[in-house]
Design a protein around this ligand. Structure first.
Ligand code: MHO
Length: 203
């Protein structure tokens, strides 16, 4: 594990942000996920007033456990990079945080085009700023899981959005992760047995 200042950050637009929030949240090495709006110029986007922004997932990761390359592979594999989304809200975009990310992204894009013979419509642009989405969009899969969602949101309170464990659980209820990962996370939880049982049933 590395100190917070050595963590990496990655930001991807992959269509509706609920799915990528869960997918990245289940990955080893991902320490935090947030969903929000980015890639536009409108000063204070909200879900119902996005302006020119796009739904994105913002991932903080431990580079000793997972690389930017690996995160980006997951990005390509899980959005429709070959078509232009009808709404800018759902466009594919890789928002790069530094020159290294930019280079990795342009290289992977070229490789993808070569391999498939299709042209990539997903944009690669410098990251500017993330506008955090409304609470009800954060960890949406978990939050909308009956019983468990409400109880965990109440237990964690303000820590819900940024918790690593909550990110994992959000991924697990969406069907991601391995049995080993699930058992490890469950074993680390200090929750009433009834809630643990309820969670286990949702994986
Ligand atoms: N198809 C989804 C999109 C929501 S996403 C946060 C829905 O409206 O249910 O854009």
């Amino acid at each position: 594990a590395v100190s917070p200042s050595e963590m990496g950050a990655a930001t991807f637009g992959m269509g509706c942000f609920w799915g990528p929030d869960a997918r990245f949240g289940a990955m080893e090495g991902v320490v935090r996920t947030r969903v929000g709006y980015a890639g536009g110029t409108t000063p204070t986007p909200r879900y119902h007033a996005l302006g020119d922004h796009t739904e994105v997932v913002h991932v903080v990761y431990d580079p000793e456990t997972v690389t930017y390359d690996e995160l980006l592979e997951v990005c390509w594999a899980n959005h429709d990079w070959a078509s232009r989304a009808p709404k800018r809200q759902y466009r594919g975009v890789v928002l790069t945080h530094d020159d290294h990310q930019h280079e990795v992204a342009t290289n992977q894009r070229a490789t993808l085009e070569e391999r498939t013979g299709q042209s990539v419509e997903t944009a690669i642009e410098p990251f500017d700023q993330l506008f955090l989405a409304e609470d009800y969009h954060q960890k949406y899969e978990l939050r909308s899981t009956p019983v468990v969602g409400d109880e965990l949101a109440a237990q964690y309170g303000d820590a819900f959005v940024d918790s690593t464990v909550v990110a994992r659980l959000n991924g697990f209820v969406a069907g991601h992760g391995t049995p080993t990962q699930r058992n490890e996370v469950l074993a680390s939880l200090d929750l009433p047995p009834r809630l643990l049982e309820e969670l286990r049933r949702r994986f």
